[in-house]
Design a protein around this ligand. Structure first.
Ligand SMILES: [Zn+2]
Length: 127
């Protein structure tokens, strides 16, 4: 009787582990915490450029009425300089997860992290 019960507990543990193993990647997906592959830069609603997060670079974005300096380093993107009045974009923390974005409202600049479309499987999370 005792043995039977512990066997049942083992199964329960196994089920819990399996559920966690399935839920964690799912949760990551839902909350867009997958690391992105590239950033798309949009100016006034128009796609200006797409840059890979894998190569470090610094680029000036010609926004509406001013310039934003975007830096990509160690797979993260951040706006390091801008001549907009509020400087909110500069104070935003760096982004690297799929779906995260940097926004400069005065310049109508949006920098958004995207994941490769071919990355749409569980391997993308295991990386
Ligand atoms: Zn700004």
């Amino acid at each position: 009787m005792k043995k039977h019960k512990s066997f049942k507990n083992d199964i329960l543990l196994l089920v819990i582990f399996l559920a966690i193993g399935l839920l964690i990647p799912l949760g990551y997906r839902i909350f867009h915490h997958t690391t992105g592959d590239a950033v798309t830069i949009t100016i006034d609603g128009e796609l200006w450029r797409t840059l890979p997060l894998s190569s470090d670079t610094t680029i000036d974005i010609p926004g509406i009425g001013g310039t934003n300096t975007l830096r990509i380093k160690n797979g993260q993107a951040s706006i390091t300089e801008a001549d907009c009045p509020d400087k909110l974009c500069v104070h935003q923390s760096s982004i690297r997860h799929n779906g995260e974005s940097l926004v400069c409202l005065p310049h109508k600049v949006i920098v958004k992290v995207t994941a490769d479309a071919s990355d749409d499987d569980l391997d993308g999370i295991a990386k």
